[in-house]
Design a protein around this ligand. Structure first.
Ligand code: ASP
Length: 343
């Protein structure tokens, strides 16, 4: 299924995949990319041309921030015409955030951008890195009638290709580290590489790639928990300059009905803070108004996050605020699926 003509650009940002154990402390640290590639002679057998670039200073993805997303998006923009696909090697810890952000930043993407990484370093005997990397490259190289099969930002891990902005890291131990509970997988690697064409994102035809690099980080996430007190809520709602908040609610979008909580949220919305109702559950959707405990949230015009992940919600807020979307249309645009991130 690979294509001899496919040219792939490998972008190494860091993460376990390229880490080595520090001799004395045993701590895992990001290492030189050349060593990563040297450890996989199999790459030469893939039948596609692979070039690679590396972040000057590879990082553990816990250090990832929007500036790095801009670097990745800019690299893709600069090399877009010259390559058929892009594979981004990234730590798994924040991979769902980065790949969700890139999905918004790369508007009208018509080529694959596949994020991958691993739970064990590539030099480890039992590593999951080789399969993840090799199959990601194969997926990025897939073509049909001269066009890329995957035309969106994907995340490949442990035999599955997901729509990146639907994923969440769910396991810090097992090789199966990611899940996408609200959207089916895009492809699966077994004896054969099986693509589920019906699940693929199909962009608007013939529109040139548009890269958005303005992101606004004046956002926050607040997860509800039994016992959350007014002081905490007041502190968050009054963060100077705060523009938008992801409110992680219970179940189908429910919150306590305490008068102080509802009136503080209402006042914040009236003052212009965008608050998105996102469920704490990894699967399922917010249905505002289904229970009494979400009716008031619906009445105060909280934005309905439906089945979006927290990762996709917070990065969507950064993207929309950065794009100067404001006022009345903000909620409507947020509630619209831009890159297949919500149903
Ligand atoms: N801490 C690592 C990182 O996210 C874990 C990994 O690569 O999977 O960079």
């Amino acid at each position: 299924m690979g294509n001899k003509q496919s040219k792939i650009l490998l972008i190494y940002t860091g993460g376990t995949i390229g880490m080595v154990k520090e001799y004395q402390s045993g701590v895992l640290k990001a290492f030189d990319f050349k060593k990563v590639v040297d450890n996989i002679p199999e790459l030469g057998q893939l039948g596609c041309a692979i070039d690679s670039v590396s972040f000057k200073k590879p990082i553990d993805s816990s250090n990832m921030n929007p500036t790095h997303w801009v670097s990745m998006a800019t690299l893709i923009e600069k090399n877009y015409a010259a390559y058929d696909g892009f594979v981004i090697l990234h730590g798994s810890d924040t991979m769902s955030y980065s790949s969700s952000a890139l999905s918004y930043m790369l508007e009208n993407l018509a080529k694959p951008v596949i994020f991958t990484g691993s739970q064990l370093p590539i030099g480890d005997l039992r590593t999951d890195a080789k399969e993840n990397l090799i199959t990601s490259i194969q997926i990025a190289a897939l073509k049909e009638k001269g066009q890329s099969v995957i035309r969106e930002v994907g995340l490949y891990f442990e035999n599955k290709l997901f729509r990146a902005n639907r994923t969440t890291k769910i396991n810090a131990e097992q090789f199966e580290a990611f899940a996408s509970l609200n959207y089916p997988i895009l492809a699966e690697s077994g004896v054969h590489l099986k693509v589920y064409h019906e699940n693929l994102w199909r962009p608007v035809k013939n529109k040139p790639l548009k890269v958005h690099i303005a992101l606004d980080d004046r956002v926050a996430i607040l997860k509800l928990f039994p016992g959350l007190n007014r002081e905490l809520l007041t502190g968050v709602l009054n963060i100077p300059g705060l523009k938008a908040l992801v409110l992680e609610t219970y179940g189908a979008g429910n919150a306590p009905t305490d008068a102080w909580l509802l009136s503080d949220l209402k006042k914040a919305v009236e003052k212009g803070l965008y608050i998105v109702n996102v469920t704490q559950c990894s699967g399922g959707s917010v249905i505002m108004g289904r229970y009494e405990t979400s009716r008031e949230l619906e009445h105060m015009s909280l934005i309905n996050g439906r089945d979006i992940t927290t990762e996709a919600a917070i990065t969507k807020l950064m993207y929309l605020l950065g794009s100067q979307v404001s006022g009345k249309s903000f909620g409507t645009i947020f509630e619209t699926s831009l890159r297949g991130e919500m149903t």
